[in-house]
Write a protein that binds this ligand. Structure first.
Ligand SMILES: [Zn+2]
Ligand SMILES: [Zn+2]
Length: 136
């Protein structure tokens, strides 16, 4: 018995389904995510690779992450919505990261961990009861 959730980009060219619940749901306050999301942070779902099916064409932007490994950020080539993030370590572990803000249903999301809180924007109050990591 596994449930699925759906999501997609702003223009609708990219759609995906993801096995639900995800392995983890976290918030990343790193400055790279701030730039890419154009926002204060990214809400990131962690899925088994086989649990995520994407339809539509993604464009990839690769850059060196602060951890030293190459980060592949995949987004809709038409509207630019960020959809997936992949890394060599994720491939080894059989996982894939998706931008949970692109899910069709987001009202009930409860991230467990906040990463890179040292670059969190000052106006944002991190909720009680979550794990906070200054870096990764
Ligand atoms: Zn799009
Ligand atoms: Zn980040």
């Amino acid at each position: 018995m596994s449930a699925l959730r759906t999501g997609g980009c702003l223009c609708g060219a990219v759609r995906y389904t993801v096995a639900w619940p995800p392995r983890d749901l976290v918030v990343c306050h790193c400055t790279d995510c701030q730039k890419q999301a154009g926002s204060a942070f990214s809400v990131v779902g962690v899925s088994a690779r086989e649990g995520l099916q994407v339809r539509g064409e993604l464009k990839t932007f690769s850059h060196p992450g602060s951890s030293g490994q190459t980060i592949e950020r995949k987004f809709c080539r038409n509207c630019g919505s960020p959809i997936l993030t992949d890394t060599p370590a994720a491939r080894e572990q059989g996982i894939l990261f998706f931008k949970a803000g692109t899910l069709d249903q987001t009202a009930d999301l409860e991230p467990t961990t906040h990463f890179w809180t040292r670059s969190a924007q000052a106006w944002f109050s991190i909720p009680d009861g979550v794990t906070c990591l200054e870096k990764q």
